[in-house]
Ligand binder design. Structure first.
Ligand code: SF4
Length: 66
C-alpha cells in the first residue's frame, strides 16, 4: 500500500511547531507556524520518512492514509 494522503489532525491535540517533521522529511513538511504538508508532493517517494515523522511527532498530529 502506498501513502495517498497526509494531513495535520488537531482534533485531539495540537501541533507544537517543534519542527521535527520538517527535519525528518523536508520534502514533505514545512513548519512556518504550524505544520503544513507541501502541495504536489508524490508521497510514494517518501513513505519511510512520512511514517517516521508520524511516529516521532510528540503530539501525534500527523496522519496519513494508504
Ligand atoms: S513533529 Fe508534530 S508537533 Fe512537531 S512540527 Fe511536526 S506536526 Fe507539529
Amino acid at each position: 500500500m502506498s501513502i495517498k494522503k497526509v494531513w495535520l489532525d488537531e482534533s485531539e491535540d495540537e501541533c507544537t511547531s517543534c519542527g521535527l517533521c520538517e527535519s525528518i522529511a523536508p520534502e514533505v513538511f514545512e513548519v512556518p507556524d504550524k505544520m503544513v504538508v507541501i502541495e504536489g508532493v508524490d508521497f510514494s517517494e517518501y513513505e519511510d520518512e512520512i511514517r517516521d515523522a508520524a511516529d516521532s511527532c510528540p503530539t501525534e498530529v500527523i496522519k496519513f492514509e494508504e
